[in-house]
Design a protein. Structure first.
Lengths: 254, 254, 254
């Protein structure tokens, strides 16, 4: 995932370009810092996109196993707090966030989309939050935002059964607002971002404030609860066992 | 409607098999008791499905007329309380509820779907809540959940105008999460239920808790208000007259 | 836009017939008065439709420029208050409102649709709220209702980028509940309105009350905030400049 800010003079400046393809607490902290900088600079909006063919693969099970095996109590707190702060940074970001998804968006990479403002996807994108299979509970406020957007039945099918959504399905159900052809995806996105950036910065920020402010306390509460629950699961012996057995099943699948 | 629980060892055990095709206060009470048992046993999730070609036909107008004609005040309280407790049992059920709908789901049978967690339908299913035509106001929390899921315009068209939704329409609007071919419907459902039942029970229950807990006080309040209003209508002379004239129009239609 | 009431004896009586195609504070006040009358008469529901090919074009930029150029402070208050009261009249209207849209619905004409109860559109209708381009923030409670109905991504694309929705898109996303062929549009609407008007008035009003009452305090708050923000923008020098430059770009486009 790349973070760009779109500045006053309608040029794109690359702000951060580390990969969110495999978010770790370290990467998440860097993204928070980048969002902090983008909030303070004179850009009008933020563009999240990815380099390569993957948007975000979610938390790496092998990373989780590695960390939790060393010091379960301490590491579960550390990772849960990193997730919490990462999600909070999106909840509190005041400028519009445009997301351009050109490949698979899994786990946190899919969960945070409803915390962003405009979401465009390439035909090649797809979306999955296989949390239950990974012995995880929902994160990124998806326990609240997914039912709101997708309806409770589809949201739960994604969260409980790991249902994959194609770009077109995600669009027809409201997670994404428009789908573009892969070969012209970047042009289509930049065309629209430029037009959006021609709007007045105050109007963009105040419009976002009107749309979001009423939900912020709810999202903060949901995020807190979700991360508490993750910490509890990671702390438990069963949580670790489930991650091991998931890794094992993935290995034997291959 | 049948209620199954899906137990630890991934086998299906039939729990109750009376018909919810024509729910009466008696049947509704039995379902509450069955849900209570399912909550206490060691199953991971609940599967609601139906035998035959009808999922649920809603409250029977002739039953209502029969009861209300004898003692309007007492019977309107009794039936409204049965509906309230029936709906509350769904609101408070902590394990995931999977619904498999293979035929028409009317009235309460359609209204309670958003209180369940995953909803799959056969191509043969359809959905209708013709409450206004029956001189009834919405029930099953549909006055709250239908606008949330379907948008206010379609929700009201269903509640005020008795608009029928096909399985595909219900799916594209979010009431249902997936539609399957009638001949393979049961296999498709059981395949997915088995996979879901392979997840950890704590993860399933806590995920549901995250998705639902924030809404429970709202749903309780809505259910209370809806049942108060139903009681008031059933208590009134006009309410009874409307039921009679509906029955009459149905008879003359044939 | 025409306002009709649909009375007890299932005949249509024209109540108001001035054009809401270009709503001004004066027109908005007249609509409020008309809604007040319709609330008090013995009609069961209200039908909003339009004569000609346009449903509503939203606030006229040239009107805004004209008024704001004379006395920015006073006029910005006056217009913002007119919008606030106009929107409040829809929020508080107790009988079901049916809207029949046979052409473009822009700005306020699109924003207020979620405050109405059943929304039918002709294939010729389309929907747009190009507020950011006009240096305006959302109005008509669209900052709350659009994300609820369309999902946050599409809502923001409409509010920030001026995305146009066709009738079919608006229907598949929930803003509209059904689309009809232009040549038979009026018949289809009247057929359904007549059927709806055959329902009991108390049942219709109480059903609407159940669906709406829980949202009224939220909508009142959102409307207040939206109008405060509009007043602030209109009061500012930049706001006026943006309107001028929009007018200019429209003129040079032609």
């Amino acid at each position: 995932m790349k973070i760009w800010t779109y500045d006053k003079c309608v040029s794109v400046s690359e702000l951060v370009s580390y990969e969110l393809k495999r978010p770790s607490p370290l990467i998440m902290k860097e993204v928070c810092r980048a969002l902090g900088n983008a909030a303070a600079d004179d850009s009008k909006l933020l563009l999240l996109s990815s380099v390569g063919t993957v948007f975000c693969s979610g938390l790496e099970p092998s990373y989780l196993i590695g960390r939790l095996s060393t010091d379960r109590r301490k590491e579960s707190s550390r990772i849960a707090e990193a997730v919490r702060d990462f999600v909070l940074a999106f909840i509190h970001f005041k400028k519009p966030i445009v997301v351009a998804i050109n490949g698979p968006a899994l786990g946190l990479g899919a969960s945070i989309l409803p915390l962003c403002d405009v979401v465009w996807a390439s035909e090649r994108a797809w979306f999955q939050t296989p949390c239950a299979a990974l012995h995880l509970t929902p994160s990124g406020c998806s326990s609240y935002t997914f039912p709101q957007i997708l309806g409770v039945a589809l949201a739960n099918e994604m969260l409980f059964c790991g249902r994959k959504l194609t770009a077109q399905e995600a669009c027809s159900r409201g997670l994404v607002s428009q789908v573009f052809w892969p070969t012209t995806f970047n042009q289509e996105v930049m065309l629209r971002v430029k037009e959006m950036a021609s709007c007045n910065a105050v109007v963009l920020e105040e419009s976002k404030c009107l749309v979001r402010s009423i939900l912020i306390p709810v999202l903060e509460e949901v995020n807190e609860k979700e991360c508490q629950m993750l910490k509890q699961l990671w702390c438990s012996t069963k949580g670790l066992e489930a991650l091991f057995s998931y890794m094992h099943s993935k290995t034997t699948e291959k």
